[in-house]
Write a protein that binds this ligand. Structure first.
Ligand SMILES: [Zn+2]
Ligand SMILES: [Zn+2]
Length: 281
């Protein structure tokens, strides 16, 4: 299931048509302005229009929502934590109304308070939110991160701990971002690296938790802990793992979403590269 992060400018339903235009069978969207706390709440009309547009689409099978960039569920600051929780809870409810299953979330940052404090805050936040939204079946996909600055989630063990600490582990899954994992120090460049990294993932988290991919090549170097996406096959990761991924029978039902640069201009090209790799193993 191949797709892309697409724009919803002009209304959420445009995400569906933008995805169709690029030949996607899965899309990822933001449902709120990702860089702003304040954004007007969605009218029921817009929610209905999205649902109807998706319903009649014979192409888009899966829609994934990505959380906004500002929420930090691991923050040591009570006011930030509170605001983040409120915001995130509203997004879970919205995602549920849209009929979407998966909401992707970064693990957040400890902002200097130390990893163990950050992870503890995060696991409390997750339990609180899953409890408050127990009337929904929205699954939170914790995204592997590059570990830039004080960001958590660059070790598979961080994600394992969130699952172990949760009272609702059935509502937690993982979004595996190739660029982030590579920048975090899990190599993917050769066939051996690829198999070792997924074996490690399986040992620590379990492949059954891997419910979505972000396919991005990396502009940043291996183990640089820097998050910079590049077009497929044009970065430091190279084409090999992408070829293995799109042909890996373990992941044939898992949505694979590109988040590569210049979406309007380049999404078509990047998806074409991936489609050509399919069956070409
Ligand atoms: Zn990502
Ligand atoms: Zn990234």
């Amino acid at each position: 299931m191949l797709g892309a992060h697409v724009s919803v400018s002009g209304g959420l339903h445009n995400g569906i048509s933008n995805g169709e235009k690029f030949g996607c069978s899965a899309i990822q969207i933001f449902v709120k302005n990702p860089n702003r706390w304040q954004s007007k709440s969605l009218a029921q009309e817009e929610i209905d229009r999205f649902c109807q547009t998706w319903e009649v689409s014979d192409q888009i099978e899966e829609v994934i929502v990505h959380d906004i960039h500002l929420t930090n569920l691991a923050s040591p600051k009570p006011d930030v934590l509170e605001k983040s929780r409120q915001h995130f809870q509203a997004q879970i409810d919205l995602v549920c109304q849209l009929g979407v299953r998966y909401l992707v979330k970064h693990l957040g940052s400890h902002t200097g308070a130390g990893e163990s404090v950050g992870l503890q805050n995060l696991s409390r936040s997750l339990d609180f939110l899953l409890e408050e939204t127990r009337h929904t079946d929205v699954v939170l996909l914790l995204e592997t991160t590059a570990g830039q600055g004080a960001n958590l989630g660059y070790l598979f063990e961080h994600i394992r701990r969130m699952i172990d600490d949760s009272r609702y582990p059935e509502r937690l899954g993982v979004c595996f971002d190739t660029c982030h994992v590579f920048a975090a120090g899990y190599d993917l460049r050769t066939e051996d690296d690829y198999h070792q990294t997924f074996e490690k993932f399986d040992q620590v988290i379990g492949l059954d938790r891997l419910l979505a991919f972000h396919l991005n090549d990396a502009k940043s170097e291996f183990h640089s802990r820097v998050d910079r996406h590049q077009h497929i096959g044009q970065g430091h990761i190279g084409i090999t793992p992408f070829q293995l991924l799109v042909n890996d029978p373990r992941f044939s039902a898992v949505p694979m979403i590109i988040e590569t640069p210049q979406m309007d201009k380049m999404h078509g090209q990047n998806l074409k590269v991936l489609k050509e790799l399919k069956g070409n193993s």
